[in-house]
Design a protein around this ligand. Structure first.
Ligand code: GLC
Length: 482
């Protein structure tokens, strides 16, 4: 099958969050399947361009992209050193991507930048004669791919089907009504497809025009039927429920492997984790300035410090937790100033028990997954969440809010640590969160064998992309049968 994946970020080239991880691993997993041909399209951001020696490219075509009254240049650059069967193409335009300093999102004209990119992906395929059976596109940035495909590329790609995947419904791609004529240049009958309350909403357009819609866990797919989770799109999604499926992400088990991870001071697997994690824990406590205490449970969190990650719950219980329990707390991440300040202050107040690393550091993140005992993830909503899986793979027991992908990947254990993979709480409430953390600490303190059995079970799970990639294939075949 000929597959094209379109996305605004993909590791290792460019990543701002979980989408980048998925776009690193999913195309690779699809390319492993016999008979598949996989091409990945990404913008040629300044940052990728500047890393030219790491990511050598050749120019394979040049063309113009129509955007309303604009005609914009596109250069299609093929990466020449990828070896796993995925063809990676970067779309080069100096004005939209090359000359922008800093972050990949957040410019005033992001709507136009990614409208350009979405259309440029389709034109890229035509320019090199790569007519895919299936296009898979992701989040608001590439939401216009199915819209353009249906509205303007049917002649050139009559049999191409399109799957649209929602990683996070909070960001939908809103624009003023004038964006429709000025930038998109779509036929007028698509105005209603994109219209939402008098504005343009590109995610809505994708939901309506894609052949199938997926999201990144089964539970999140169901949650999206409710206003609480759907950020205004519940009605649209209810209408599209027949074509909405949840497929829980995997993680890159090659990169996230405690046996080989070069960031770790000691290596281990499911049989040797007791000694291996003890060594990693001692080194970690030292690295972050906490007292080296092997028998004090170390609770950790690697996260963007954003409200929906459940930090309000943690802030509410943090002092009580440190006061009442023999435990340590370590946070790594950056984000909203009120949370950065809260954790800095907490670390100053409780230097023996709390450390806050307000920074972004992938090596330290790996050492935290390995050296921690307990991983906290009380997210308010979580489409899938990847770090709870990273934590389990490294033998760190998750305590999570039972929502979205957290619910699907962390079935609840009982107070003996049996029958599940971690500790969960149902309602988004700080006392319930505290109670589940305490159940976990209790197991650690009073039944270490039970705690270790739980860690062992966590490490033995298959979080690879094999199963989800197979599910994507099933849906691809379903679209092709129509
Ligand atoms: C988004 C979601 C996260 C998910 C990731 C990859 O970042 O917030 O839950 O794991 O996308 O699909």
């Amino acid at each position: 099958m000929r597959i094209a994946v379109c996305a605004s970020e993909g590791a290792p080239y460019v990543k701002s969050g979980g989408l980048g991880d998925v776009i690193e691993a999913l195309p690779a997993a699809l390319a492993q399947i016999a008979g598949n041909e996989v091409a990945l399209f990404l913008p040629y951001y300044k940052k990728i361009k500047e890393a030219g020696d790491k990511y050598p490219v050749e120019l394979v075509s040049q063309y113009r992209v129509m955007l309303g009254w604009r005609q914009q240049y596109a250069g299609l650059m093929r990466l020449t050193n990828r070896t796993d069967g995925v063809q990676v193409y970067f779309i080069d335009n100096e004005y939209y991507f090359g000359a922008r300093p800093g972050a990949i999102y957040g410019d005033i004209d992001d709507g136009e930048r990614f409208a350009y990119f979405s259309r440029a992906c389709l034109d890229a395929m035509l320019s090199i004669g790569y007519i895919p059976d299936v296009i898979q596109c992701n989040d608001w940035q590439t939401a216009l791919v199915p819209v353009y495909l249906k509205a303007m590329y049917r002649g050139a790609m009559p049999n191409t089907r399109c799957m649209y995947t929602i990683h996070n419904i909070e960001y939908q791609g809103w624009a003023n009504a004038s964006f429709f004529d000025d930038v998109l240049g779509l036929p007028w009958e698509y105005r209603g497809t994109l219209d939402m309350n008098g504005s343009v909403n590109v995610m809505k357009g994708a939901i309506e025009t894609a052949d199938l819609v997926t999201t990144v866990s089964e539970t999140y797919a169901r949650e999206l039927m409710y206003p609480y989770y759907a950020h205004g799109l519940d009605g649209i999604l209810a209408g599209a429920a027949w074509k909405l499926t949840g497929i829980t992400n995997g993680i890159d088990v090659g990169t996230f492997n405690p046996e080989t991870d070069s960031a770790l001071p000691a290596h281990y697997n499911a049989d040797s984790f007791v000694e291996g994690k003890a060594a990693c824990k001692a080194a970690l406590q030292k690295e972050v300035g906490l007292p080296v205490k092997p028998d004090v449970p170390l609770m950790v969190m690697v996260t963007r410090l954003a409200g929906h990650k459940g930090l309000d719950l943690l802030c509410y219980i943090a002092r009580r937790l440190l006061w009442e329990e023999d435990c340590q707390l370590l946070i790594l991440g950056t984000g909203e100033p009120q949370y950065e300040n809260f954790f800095r202050n907490l670390a100053n107040e409780y230097p023996e028990q709390c450390s806050a690393k307000i920074t972004f550091n992938l090596g330290l993140a790996a050492r935290i997954y390995a050296g921690g005992d307990i991983y906290l993830m009380p997210s308010k909503s979580e489409p899938c969440g990847l770090s709870q899986m990273n934590a389990m793979r490294y033998g760190t027991v998750p305590v999570v809010h039972a929502t979205g992908g957290l619910k699907d990947t962390v079935p609840p254990a009982d107070e003996n640590g049996e029958g599940g993979l971690g500790f969960t709480f149902q309602s988004y409430n700080a006392d319930d969160f505290l109670a589940s953390v305490k159940r976990c600490l209790n197991l650690y303190h009073h039944n270490r064998d039970g705690f270790r059995a739980l860690q062992h079970r966590d490490m033995c799970q298959d979080f690879s992309w094999n199963v989800p990639a197979g599910r994507y294939m099933d849906l691809f075949y379903r679209m092709l049968s129509w």
